[in-house]
Design a protein around this ligand. Structure first.
Ligand SMILES: Cc1cc2nc3c(=O)[nH]c(=O)nc-3n(C[C@H](O)[C@H](O)[C@H](O)COP(=O)(O)OP(=O)(O)OC[C@H]3O[C@@H](n4cnc5c(N)ncnc54)[C@H](O)[C@@H]3O)c2cc1C
Length: 508
């Protein structure tokens, strides 16, 4: 007799969201987390004595309202609705305020201001059409799936509701690259640069790659940018406390080595320490490739599934840079209590992307910088600061020489925007894609546990046959960011998976 109804592999925000939803429905849930704390990409960690940082994700904008309300999370924030400063090396910065540039300050020509507001409004309208997609199980395609096709038709109607002109424009934008849209609509290089950067953040794409605009819409379908008090780890702590209060057991330092299969059914898991734990339902909220190829193993999968799991695209080219600083950096007068972006033009972002196609790092990297110590005390000793940056692009494989050379390039770029910053550095840490894979389980360093690209979205995520969270192995489900709707500190995939499981159980 299993000791619990459900085992969840991985205590990231998706695992915790699934745990909470199932516990609310009366299931006895055990979460197994390999690290010493739950949270996955949402973790606050000391990286140098006295200096703390949000270790992977550093800004919140996608937290699913169902998770926040359903778990009764009462998060406190060091800042909400954070503005973005598009840094200029001359000090002529542009600041996007409110919800993604509702207003802009910093010498934007009037014609561009009008064009931007029109473009922004259009993008927001289309992002809102996509928003409900995130909270649903993707429909199944094929014969004999009438209800599923109705769901797809319902989505089609929402899009049709846009009206003829908007619909045509929506379809055009779905296929186009962001650089073309920006070149058509705007002139200001700083504005175009920051929008291009935001589109490709966390993706193996440049602004001229096809379908890139789709990713910007995905981002805009989230909430405004915020900084949880205490860093991103406090989101995971709040979620962990909430699910524990619902009766969920979270076991840390508990790495799952394999999913146990008896006959053709998942019956539980074996931990790395040899413990065997049985359950009626096993949910994997970790990377789907790892789930199928390592925890289940090819002997339990048909060859088609082995191939599809092996073919999930997982190229990740973002690195995380942490700097402990003995003083405040000066980005030529920019407000440190904003998100600082170095992406001075579309061309610079595209040129940064090109080398990574050939396994090389960007010579002039682009980056998003947050200085949490400027928003809140407790991240660094008094008068000192921490800088957290997501820098693109780096190849997955980098030897020590390449890592050192890339860090040098990043520091040179920073130096041209914040002269003297190099002299303030007490300690630096660079989490390359390889480190992100080794330490946090992001295979290929990929932000979404599987690229969020047109060919890996909705009913194609992570692949056909596993896109409704259910796998071909009875009793084994998926619930991580590798499933629809993808990554970010959101919990949406976990919540969707739990809803699907409850629905399918209700039918049996
Ligand atoms: C460099 C970088 C920067 C990012 N910045 C942001 C950002 O600013 N904002 C944002 O919203 N998103 C950001 N993301 C994306 C975000 O971190 C992820 O999409 C998100 O963490 C996915 O959540 P998850 O719960 O699906 O998986 P994870 O957060 O990866 O959680 C999976 C959990 O499973 C555990 N685990 C793995 N294997 C096992 C095993 N065998 N047994 C038991 N446990 C296991 C892991 O330790 C981990 O805790 C960033 C990602 C990267 C790589």
């Amino acid at each position: 007799m299993p000791s619990c109804d459900v085992i969840i592999i991985g205590g990231g925000t998706n695992g915790l969201a699934a745990a909470g939803r199932l516990a609310k429905a009366g299931r006895k849930v055990l979460v197994l987390e390999s690290a010493a704390v739950a949270g996955g990409g949402a973790t606050t960690r000391e990286f140098a004595k006295g200096y703390k940082v949000s270790a992977v994700a550093h800004l919140l904008n996608l937290l699913d309202p169902r998770v926040e309300q359903g778990l009764g999370l009462h998060l406190s924030f060091a800042a909400t609705n954070i503005s973005t400063t598009a840094l200029s090396s001359t000090g002529d910065h542009l600041v996007l305020q409110g919800n993604y540039g509702e207003t802009i300050s910093g010498g934007l020509p009037e014609a561009d201001r009008t064009s931007w507001l029109e473009l922004r409004q259009k993008l927001m309208r289309f992002a809102n059409v996509l928003k409900p997609f995130k909270a649903m199980t993707p429909p199944r395609l094929g014969k004999g799936v009438g209800n599923e096709m109705l769901k797809l038709a319902g989505l089609g109607l929402k899009i049709r509701g846009l009206g003829r002109d908007d619909l045509r424009e929506f379809m055009r934008l779905m296929l186009i690259n962001v650089a073309d849209v920006l070149d058509d609509e705007l002139k200001d290089e700083r504005l175009k640069g920051v929008v291009a950067f935001d589109t490709v953040l966390g993706a193996h794409l440049g602004p001229r790659s096809p379908n890139s605009l789709l990713l910007l819409l995905n981002r805009l379908a989230g909430e405004t940018l915020s900084l949880p008090a205490g860093g991103m780890g406090s989101v995971a702590v709040a979620m962990a406390k909430a699910v524990q209060a619902l009766g969920v057991d979270i076991r840390v330092n508990a790495k799952v080595k394999s999913v146990n299969i008896v006959g053709d059914r998942a019956t539980g898991v074996t931990l790395q320490n040899g413990d065997v734990i049985d359950a009626t339902t096993v949910i994997s909220a970790i990377n789907p490739k790892t789930t199928f190829l390592d925890l289940v193993g090819p002997r339990y999968l048909d060859t088609g599934m082995v191939r599809r799991a092996g073919n999930i695209l997982m190229r990740g080219n973002a690195v995380k840079l942490h700097l402990a600083l003995k003083g405040a950096p000066n980005f030529k007068g920019a407000d440190l209590r904003t998100r600082l972006v170095i992406a001075p033009s579309v061309r610079v972002v595209e040129d940064a992307f090109n080398p990574v196609k050939y396994g090389e790092f960007s010579h002039d990297p682009v980056m998003e910088i947050v200085i949490p110590s400027a928003f809140e005390e407790g991240f660094a000793p008094k008068g000192h600061h921490v800088l957290s940056a997501i820098v693109q692009y780096a190849p997955v494989v980098m030897d020590a020489k390449a890592r050192a050379a890339f860090l040098k390039r990043i520091m040179a770029t920073l130096e041209s925007y914040a002269p003297g910053i190099g002299k303030l550095v007490v300690k630096s840490e660079l989490l390359t894609p390889e480190v992100l894979e080794r330490q946090y389980g992001f295979v290929g360093g990929n932000w979404h546990h599987g690229e969020l690209a047109a060919e890996q979205m909705l009913f194609l995520r992570p692949f056909i046959g596993a896109a409704q969270y259910e796998t071909a192995i009875p009793g084994l489900w998926l619930a991580g960011a590798g499933s629809h709707p993808g990554g970010g500190i959101s919990g949406a995939a976990g919540w969707n998976a739990a809803e699907r499981i409850l629905k399918m159980e209700g039918r049996r």
